[in-house]
Design a protein around this ligand. Structure first.
Ligand SMILES: [Zn+2]
Length: 144
């Protein structure tokens, strides 16, 4: 039998009307044997129908739409946003070509430690840029 956790997505797809025949059959097989999931689906379906009855046909005002579009345009990357990438690449190249070979030429543990430190310092801005990019633009402000 399919586990309850495995049919959560299927229930959402059925409510949204996007479940295919195979998914519906799999969900029905689980619901026939699991009263908890059948009750949960009935409850979620009722909530979805109530929300659709209340908000069906709701459309944002023209002013809201204009403000939202303006805000999205403001979040686009500014012209020249590639400059930090070029500086990061130049820093990494400078460390790789300059500091690391010199430090490794010292021999011994000191040279390795200095080379590793220089490499870490050179890569840190690049990592920050990557992490900041992965984080995305952030959540919108909460409604007042
Ligand atoms: Zn279940």
């Amino acid at each position: 039998m399919t586990r309850c956790a495995d049919v959560e997505t299927l229930m959402g797809r059925r409510i949204d009307g996007t479940a295919g025949p195979a998914e519906n059959a799999r969900l029905d097989a689980h619901l026939a044997a699991c009263a908890d999931c059948a009750a949960l689906l009935a409850e979620e379906t009722a909530i979805d129908e109530a929300l659709a009855a209340h908000f069906g046909g709701a459309k944002p005002s023209t002013a809201f739409d204009a403000v939202l579009r303006q805000r999205i345009r403001g979040e686009r990357r500014p012209v020249g946003g590639w400059i930090p990438d070029v500086l990061n690449a130049a820093g990494v190249l400078l460390v790789l070509v300059g500091a690391v070979p010199v430090a490794l030429g010292w021999n011994g543990v000191t040279g390795i430690v200095v080379a590793a430190t220089a490499l870490a310092v050179g890569l840190y801005p690049l990592l920050l840029t990557t992490w900041a990019g992965d984080a995305g633009p952030g959540e919108p402000d909460p409604a007042p």
